[in-house]
Design a protein around this ligand. Sequence first.
Ligand code: GRF
Length: 208
Amino acid sequence: MLRLGVLVSGSGSNLQAILDAVAAGTLAAEVALVLSNKPDAFALERARRAGVQTAVVSHRDFTTRELFDAALVQALSAHRVDCVVLAGFMRIVTPVLLDAFQDRVINMHPALLPAFPGAHAQADALAYGVRVSGCTVHFVDAGTDTGPIIAQSVVPVVDGDTVESLSARILAEEHALLPTVLQWIADGRVVVERSDAVGRRRASVRPR
Ligand code: GRF
């Protein structure tokens, strides 16, 4: 059974989607650890309600990102995590985490990458005036929202949208997409390969 470590900082609605899929039997995985960098993250409450192990590792207790990541690796390894999910985890991760879990760290981003990376994706998409946006699940690499894309869902942007209304529409798609992708990973169907054309690393999903 695939053992997930879910890193969170906030509300944890994506974590909830994972927990619900596991409970419903549509995701053959176990949430081995929910780890937050913030002690008051509501995501921790969601984990406790589901009977899932939690840990808090505050970034404020470390002088460098690398030392913080080393503490994350220690906690994740202690819980024998196979795959790390960044689900609203608002910290930039370093090679210390990425090397320990090579091609096994995934992130949910609320835009259609490579458009609108960064922490204000929905506002940036609205400001630009795009007519569609969406969400992207990708492997994490050393850049910001640059790793190999596994899957994307598209939502319309409608006239009168606010950051809140667009975010809510995207979030509903995130909640459907994330458990689906995790099941693909559990099934061993997601591989990272080097594309011939530009040497870029890209993900592909093998047919069932
Ligand atoms: C989501 O919009 C996700 O795309 C982004 O952070 C948000 C997390 O929301 N990375 P939640 O904590 O899962 O509710």
